[in-house]
Write a protein that binds this ligand. Sequence first.
Ligand SMILES: Cc1cc2nc3c(=O)[nH]c(=O)nc-3n(C[C@H](O)[C@H](O)[C@H](O)COP(=O)(O)O)c2cc1C
Length: 316
Amino acid sequence: MSVTTPVRTRVTDLLGVRYPIVQAPMGWIARAQLASAVSNAGGLGIIETSSGELDAVREEIRKMRDLTDNPFGVNIAQLFVRDPAIVEFVVDQGVRFVTTSAGDPRKYTSQLKEAGLTVFHVVPTLAAAMKAVDAGVDGLVVEGGEGGGFKNPQDVSTMVLLPLVASRLGVPIIAAGGITDGASMAAAFALGAEGVQMGTRMVSAAESPVHDNWKNAIVAAAETDTVFLNRFSRPGLRALRTERSTMLERQDHVDMSEFGRAMDLYFGGDLEAAIALSGQVVGRIDAVLPVQQIIDETMAAFVETCGRLGRVVATP
Ligand SMILES: Cc1cc2nc3c(=O)[nH]c(=O)nc-3n(C[C@H](O)[C@H](O)[C@H](O)COP(=O)(O)O)c2cc1C
């Protein structure tokens, strides 16, 4: 049961959710078990397609319909699209909301919009944000460089990027990168967001399907325990600091073959088998918690923080 009064923003209106909290799409992780927990807790669960396993994804979407009556979305991570019919695939699943990421927003936006979907594109710079708005998206996921996952090598922090984009463009914004609780959510709203997306925090959640070794490593990590790979190459990546990633950090180019044994890491718990994509916010995550608790506590602290800031301003 959700405890906090619903919040109303353009993002909650577009997504049809109680709370403007979105669970990040993440290859193999953002599947029905995690996404349904988020949607049932009042946020928006998102199903990934970056694994490229579209038959499995179709089954996960079917499971979502059994597990929740609430809205959920799908992500198209363009870098990983192998099937040229990905748009038809997403449209056929009957979802209403899609985020597109890691690619040119002109590629799929009009096709998705013509099919009646709401489209948000993920952007790491102001220039990318302007291009996405020109392409006709409904909104943006503005993603700072402190977040986990695939990154623009010229990373810009949420603190700088978010108010910059918000000051130049009027579309609704979901902030991503470094958001884990009510205080960071309130900060994102102060900087112009109307919703937030959590990645690393959701990797660590009780319902996340990854091995406990990864969750426990997030809990144990300090804020300095991520590495940025491919600073002068592509794709940029932010990942948990391990022996392997610390060695890779110094390489000019980290090849995608480093993900070859990803399943041994994700589900086998061997943190040295591949690269554990995670953001700097690992330093602020202290426990493995159920999604419902994460969302309830985030919303309670968000409301408390906004109220406290209002009182500070009102004090003579
Ligand atoms: C393990 C992992 C996998 C990710 N995979 C994707 C993906 O497939 N598509 C995408 O748009 N973003 C992906 N991301 C980025 C997230 O969507 C999100 O924007 C980011 O994690 C936000 O920063 P945070 O980790 O500080 O919450 C991934 C992030 C992580 C941690």
